[in-house]
Design a protein around this ligand. Structure first.
Ligand SMILES: O=C(O)CCC(=O)C(=O)O
Ligand SMILES: [Fe+2]
Length: 339
């Protein structure tokens, strides 16, 4: 962590080395009937409140959001509005200022690439994207300078949120506060930022922005410039429209937290539809993962006679590559991990 937020009590977390849903381009018909159901809102500050009853209420709320929904809005998180708006502006600048040919120079995909550009990679997709490895080392195209500076600041500031969530989720799972930091080795966590640009509907070819999928990792954080298009499949089997409050984050549980909890928490299927987008939409989805060499397996506490082991163990790197992808592509492998 570059800076420690006053919210987070410094505790010593030793760096112990304990050592999918595939993309589907079919948007189910019932997603057209997506509902505007309420998504839980979690107040980050309250998770660390000095008032024990407020803190316990906030943790209960988080526990319910993780177990029932698998996604929630995070407010009062301490990342300044200017930093969030700066990151989105930087991404806009990159896609507007950088010539198409220069963007395509990042298309090559070698296992060692830390920056990758792509466009409409799955059948029917309407999306251009740039993926960069944001942690443990930050990578970014150097130009425009406003872009790399704004993004670097955003990820620096987000580190406290990541560690804070790891501590709060460890607690609600009944572990000591540093459990997830240690077990996922978050100090060297492999974070990939996907910057997505969706065209307005008059320019898109079909209704799909990104096909249905889940994402690997501990969790995903998402910000966007305009609302519209992201839908998540809820525990009740309903597609829910996501409307992120201004400068809040959408947090979604990733595949590897599902594995760690042996399915107690679920990584939820989501997709983007572009039918109703009247304007171009930009999103920044960051997949916060364990370190590449972390061997992820269900924690013994979630395995018993009634709940048998439901996932096999694999290193994070192996799980990202098991379908022939490069690690920077960060594709789900939940299907391969399920026993
Ligand atoms: O753009 C969005 O709202 C979601 C993008 C997404 O799901 C992803 O990049 O994994
Ligand atoms: Fe996603």
């Amino acid at each position: 962590m570059a800076q420690t937020s006053p919210l987070l009590t410094p505790v010593t977390c030793e760096n112990t080395n304990i050592t999918s849903v595939p993309f589907s381009n079919i948007i189910p018909v019932d997603s057209i009937m997506a509902v505007d159901e309420e998504i839980p809102t979690i107040d980050f500050f309250m998770l660390f409140s000095d008032d024990p009853s407020q803190q316990s209420k906030a943790l209960d709320h988080l526990s319910n959001a993780c177990e029932e929904y698998g996604f929630f809005y995070l407010v009062n998180h301490g990342v300044p509005d200017s930093v969030i708006e700066g990151a989105l502006k930087g991404i806009t600048d990159f896609f507007e200022v950088t010539k198409e040919q220069e963007r395509k120079d990042y298309k090559k995909s070698n296992p060692t690439d830390r920056i990758m550009w792509g466009s409409n990679s799955h059948a029917g997709e309407n999306r251009e994207y740039l993926k960069v490895v944001a942690h443990p080392q930050f990578h970014c195209p150097a130009k425009p300078a406003s872009f790399s500076e704004a993004l670097e600041e955003y990820f620096k500031r987000f580190q406290d949120v990541k560690i804070g969530l790891a501590r709060a989720i460890s607690k609600i799972l009944g572990f000591e506060e540093c459990y997830i930091e240690k077990v996922f080795n978050l100090k060297s966590g492999f974070d990939v930022a996907a910057m997505n640009v969706y065209p307005p509907n008059f320019q898109s070819k079909g209704s799909i922005g990104v096909p249905s999928h889940t994402d690997p990792g501990f969790f995903v954080s998402l910000i966007q410039d305009v609302n519209g298009g992201l839908q998540v499949l809820s525990h009740k089997g309903k597609w829910i429209n996501v409307y992120i409050p201004r400068n809040a984050f959408l947090i979604q549980i990733g595949d590897h937290l599902e594995v760690l909890t042996n399915g107690k928490y679920k990584s939820h299927i989501h997709h983007v539809v572009v039918d109703n987008n009247k304007v171009r939409r930009i999103s920044l989805a960051t997949l916060h993962g364990p370190s590449l060499d972390t061997f992820v397996i269900p924690a013994p506490k979630f395995v018993d006679d009634f709940t048998p082991l439901a996932y096999q163990g694999m290193t994070y790197k192996e799980s990202l590559e098991v379908n022939g992808h490069h690690e920077i592509e960060v594709q789900s492998c939940l299907e391969q991990l399920r026993l």
